[in-house]
Design a protein around this ligand. Structure first.
Ligand SMILES: [Zn+2]
Length: 273
């Protein structure tokens, strides 16, 4: 993804006056699989960097936590809160470190990699920064206590490499010999497990239990990438999500920070792990 490339550009240009390790696209397994755009480890702290390549005016809403984006023409799009994503990843990484008998303070930061972004309502729990301010942000984090000595830095670096290799490459259907057509399509209800939530104006309603979920489509799209293929077309999206509208499928795919390949009718959207 373009945003992630900008993070690595910063790290390619900049070095820090202390021991550190920078790893991109880290996929790990602890109490659940989790994926981080980049991590930065020092003897004093660890930082998870979550990159968001979103343009426009951003409002990091609380209670419930979501990210709202207002485009130039006044359209509002709603995304899963990066703060929630970060908190979840921090928790899972803490668990993963715990299994290695390692402890270190973990910080999370949202990197806004699209130059056409303006933050109107900043996040509360984690900082949101621009790529060019990553070095300053990292240098200003407290370095009073040493948590990892050189051996532990080494141990972490090796363990990350090993776990990355055993991390199941997606899609799983090809790996396990499952036929995609044998999978249930339709947006799944988290409340009752029914496949076939119905699209309403501002979210999805379960046809069986009435449960409402604003982001049910995001989980379904992620399932697609995990299970079936690393690309999706507008037509595949409509079939998988049981949508009729070309336009709604288009909006959903555009809201998910995917990489666009090809043009007009041949457009595919790619998920990069
Ligand atoms: Zn339901």
């Amino acid at each position: 993804m373009q945003g992630e490339r900008r993070i690595s550009e910063v790290f390619a240009k900049y070095t820090f006056p202390f021991e550190y390790l920078f790893v991109e696209n880290v996929g790990l397994n602890s109490n659940g699989k989790f994926q981080m755009d980049a991590i930065f480890l020092t003897p004093f702290f660890l930082v998870i960097l979550e990159s968001k390549n979103i343009s426009g005016k951003l409002f990091f809403k609380q209670n419930p936590a979501l990210l709202e984006r207002e485009t130039n023409d006044g359209k509002i799009d709603v995304f899963e809160s990066p703060e929630i994503q970060l908190s979840r990843n921090i928790y899972l990484l803490e668990e993963w470190l715990g299994d290695q008998a390692l402890t270190i303070p973990i910080h999370g930061v949202i990197v806004l990699s699209n130059p056409k972004v303006r933050v109107i309502e900043p996040p509360k729990k984690h900082s949101a920064i621009l790529p060019q301010t990553i070095p300053v942000y990292l240098r200003n984090l407290p370095r009073e206590n040493v948590y990892f000595n050189s051996n532990e830095m080494q141990k972490f670096s090796e363990k990350i490499k090993v776990d990355q290799q055993t991390y199941i490459p997606f899609p799983m259907c090809a790996r396990w010999g499952i036929k995609p057509e044998d999978l249930k399509s339709g947006v799944r209800c988290e409340n009752c497990n029914f496949h076939g939530m119905v699209k309403r104006k501002s979210g999805w309603t379960c046809a069986r239990c009435g449960h409402f979920d604003k982001f049910a489509h995001e989980k379904a799209i992620r399932d697609w990438f995990m299970l079936i293929s690393d690309t999706i077309t507008n037509k595949q999206c409509r079939t998988f999500l049981h949508l009729e509208s070309n336009y709604i499928a288009h909006r959903i795919l555009h809201s998910m920070n995917l990489t666009k390949i090809g043009t007009s009718r041949n457009t595919k959207y790619k998920w990069i792990w």
